[in-house]
Design a protein around this ligand. Sequence first.
Ligand SMILES: [Zn+2]
Length: 306
Amino acid sequence: MLLNRRTSILSSLLLFGKFGQAHGEPADLVAVTVSFSILGDLVKVVGGKRVRMRLLAGPNQDAHTFEPRVVDAKALLSSRLLVSNGLDFEPWVGRLVQSSGFKARHLLAATGIKTRTMADEDGKQTTDPHAWQNPLNVTRYVRNIADALSEIDPAARADYQARAQAYSVELTALDAWAKGQFATIAPAQRKAIISHDALAYLGEHYGIQFSAPVGISTEAQPNARQMRKLIRQVKRENIRAVFIENMSNQQLIRQLAQETGVEPGPPLFTDALSEPDGPAPDYLSMMRHNIGALASAMRHKGGAIN
Ligand SMILES: [Zn+2]
């Protein structure tokens, strides 16, 4: 059931616990609500032990189509900071803020990033929200998070800034490693198919051309004409890198795999992390997993396609 139909009974619900403290935690922890799991990891990295973080869309959940519940609105109301990506990645956040009455700080983490636009299914130019797929953009994400936390909790400013700085060094190292992974792959071979168009920032940064049967939001309906075009492209260009994603419709890629005889690679984690025991429990391991899988599939081009 949608949140706005349930908010009228919000005040009468006594079942939901406060955002409140777990036993043994200091009272002055900063309560932060975060829209989706990848951003949640970045908030944990920067916030360290001073932050108590609550996720809305969790691991393997699709943040494009997430539907907040009353318990989410209640928790948000006791938070001092809400962090979402912005760029219309989470179209439900505005509704949640409004219906919960949340008035504290709301950080749009992608603020200040040079965005890219792409045509949607109807040919209309739309801003691509998946900016975290370029690790150098994430330097800006963590800086924005550090600044917002510093405003709310100025006593720990130096800690937040130092952790964001240290993480930026890891992001730069990740970028260098990724460049090395793709360096040996000829530009003509740097092509991949994925369930929805989530990797264009990665593609732009590392010179990989991604195609997808669904546009930049998983809310879009699959398009039969686009699907036929992709199947022809995979055959014609002998593309071996075909991937499903952890949180989106896998049917289209399975159909494409069947019709082209290409075995899909391991699931890529694009808009959500894996569970803690999976291959992508945090941003850095997610990127290493995705980049490793892409590079390996593109490298092993070959095998005739009927
Ligand atoms: Zn997406």
